[in-house]
Design a protein around this ligand. Structure first.
Ligand SMILES: Cc1cc2nc3c(=O)[nH]c(=O)nc-3n(C[C@H](O)[C@H](O)[C@H](O)COP(=O)(O)OP(=O)(O)OC[C@H]3O[C@@H](n4cnc5c(N)ncnc54)[C@H](O)[C@@H]3O)c2cc1C
Length: 503
């Protein structure tokens, strides 16, 4: 390379993590190409449009707004110049059966009143719990999240030891919540967000009580146009800094010689999105892998360059996959809010069908969103855009008959719990589950979220951002620290791009 030439970066995967790290590398003067196998960038945060309905295919909760603002500020940009946010009120609705629901608002007085109504005497305890969770959140933002861990000693720094022990960050979330709160409904409000982290509450470290600060104190937001507005903004930002996108381009191999990546070879995908077209190569001085980590290590690298082999992946606690049904309805659902949650009484029973005895859950917990309540453009007039999600174990039988039957059961169940009639008003329907995650994203075992945030798979114990075998190969995405979720992946992108740029 001549000294006046820019160093070249190939990014494998155009998800949030790939686009966000690509934009940062381009800002820092690198010549960046993103290769993405789908015909849209965004990864799990893609969009599907049909007959006037616009569905966010993946994420729909916009949490931790400061993380997004900080990311745009790295470019001297203001997030609000790229997309608009609306704070949801209520943040979400809890469904307990027809005519029985509670709204969760993100102001301390109303959350306290809600807790008191569910469990007399719990309001004061909640205030203390939230104060503690807010304090932990501040420490996490300053000391824990925006940090690469290369060894256990990076993790156990002085402040972490001092504050961490006091705040029980390594303790067990469920044990702490159950000690303080006795009604299953109050406990569920404080624990449900563990599903966002791909973990059963029983197995989640105490640190993740920060999620209660995130949803009950900071609030839940919605970007107008859907979460895909964030993906679009990242793509536009990246392109404005010179990043080139090669869509419909499946990377087949990361080419390595003498322990150094030289670039990638890829195949164009034909219009059907799956059959392979012409082969081409992209040379690079640095490779950033955003595609599922297990796929990159076990499929794209030659055996001698794999840091984490198949047996490592086989031994991980895999996060759930998400059984999603996108529904366009010819009427609105008046008794539902933008975000709605149903938690079954046997809370652990559902989690056991994911982590202990894999099976399709009966009477499942579910999440149902109607983004058209906030954003009427997401559905034709008088219609509702419905996203129904059930977390299930990765690796279940997912053939046409099984998934159709399960979708039917899940819709009937949602009707029963909400008291709304849904089935006879369906005009658009699509099921998206593990086989789609495998096929569209090369997802390990069809998981939607990667690996769980158990204690043994958090922070220093998540797969490293640096390959141990290939000196100029780095990883950015939900498998690395800090982990699952759009804000976490933005943090990972900032860390990975920083490490790669300094390499
Ligand atoms: C249904 C669902 C709901 C969710 N809800 C929320 C939520 O409400 N809020 C929240 O914050 N998070 C949510 N999440 C999690 C969040 O979406 C993810 O953590 C995040 O989007 C992951 O981003 P990523 O960049 O790590 O990975 P990905 O989005 O998977 O990006 C990786 C990209 O690599 C591409 N790729 C794979 N293999 C290759 C290859 N060989 N060649 C080229 N490209 C390749 C894939 O196509 C993909 O585009 C949800 C996820 C799902 C699936």
């Amino acid at each position: 390379m001549k000294s006046n030439e820019k160093r070249r970066v190939a990014v494998v995967g155009g998800g949030i993590g790939g686009m966000a790290s690509a934009a940062l590398m381009a800002k820092d003067g690198f010549d960046v190409t993103v290769l993405e196998r789908n015909d849209q960038a965004g990864g799990r945060a893609r969009v599907w449009k049909k007959d006037g309905f616009t569905f966010d295919m993946g994420p729909s909760w916009y949490l931790m707004p400061e993380v997004f603002d900080r990311y745009f500020a790295l470019f001297g940009e203001k997030r609000e110049d790229w997309y608009s946010l609306k704070r949801l009120d209520p943040s979400y609705r809890l469904l307990y059966g027809p005519g029985d629901s509670r709204d969760v608002h993100s102001d301390p007085a109303s959350v306290t009143a809600l807790f008191e109504s569910l469990e007399p005497g719990s309001g004061v305890k909640l205030q203390k719990y939230l104060a503690n969770s807010g304090y932990k959140y501040d420490i996490a933002m300053k000391e824990f999240l925006y940090r690469e861990y290369r060894s256990i000693f990076d993790f156990l720094n002085k402040r972490m030891i001092r504050e961490g022990l006091k705040l029980k960050v390594l303790g067990n979330l469920d044990a702490e919540v159950s000690r303080l709160f006795k009604d299953r409904r109050t406990r569920q409000i404080l624990e449900y967000a563990m599903v966002f982290l791909g973990t059963a509450p029983k197995d989640a470290p105490g640190l993740y009580s920060i999620m209660s600060h995130v949803d009950l104190s900071q609030g839940v937001y919605y970007p107008l146009g859907g979460l895909v507005a964030v993906a679009d903004a990242l793509r536009r930002l990246a392109e404005s800094r010179g990043v080139r996108f090669q869509l419909s381009s499946e990377v087949e191999a990361i080419e390595v010689a003498n322990g150094k990546a030289r670039g990638v070879t890829a195949r164009r995908l034909n219009a059907d999105g799956y059959t392979l077209g012409e082969r081409f190569a992209v040379e690079a001085d640095i490779v950033i892998a955003n595609a599922d980590y297990a796929h990159v290590e076990t499929q794209l690298l030659a055996p001698e360059y794999r840091s984490l082999k198949k047996r490592y992946w086989e031994s991980r606690v895999v996060a759930p996959t998400l059984f999603v049904v996108y529904l366009g309805l010819s009427k609105t659902l008046p008794s539902l809010a933008h975000h709605n949650l149903y938690f079954q009484e046997d809370w652990n029973g559902h989690f056991d069908t994911i982590f202990k005895r894999p099976a399709w859950p009966q009477d499942p917990c579910f999440y149902l969103s109607c983004i058209s309540k906030t954003d009427p453009d997401m559905a034709p007039p008088g219609c509702e855009n419905v996203f129904l999600l059930v977390p299930v174990a990765a690796g279940l039988k997912d053939d046409d008959a099984t998934r159709e039957a399960y979708a039917d059961m899940a819709i009937r169940h949602a009707e029963k719990v909400s008291g709304e009639r849904i089935r006879e008003h369906i005009v658009v329907k699509r099921i998206y589950s593990q086989r789609d995650f495998s096929r569209d994203y090369n997802a390990w075992k069809g998981t939607s979220l990667g690996i769980s945030h158990t204690l043994g798979q958090s922070a220093v114990f998540r797969p490293s951002m640096r390959s141990k075998k290939v000196e100029n190969l780095f990883y950015a995405g939900q498998y690395t620290h800090p982990g699952i979720g759009v804000p976490m992946v933005l943090i990972a992108a900032e860390l990975a791009a920083g490490i790669a740029a300094r390499s």
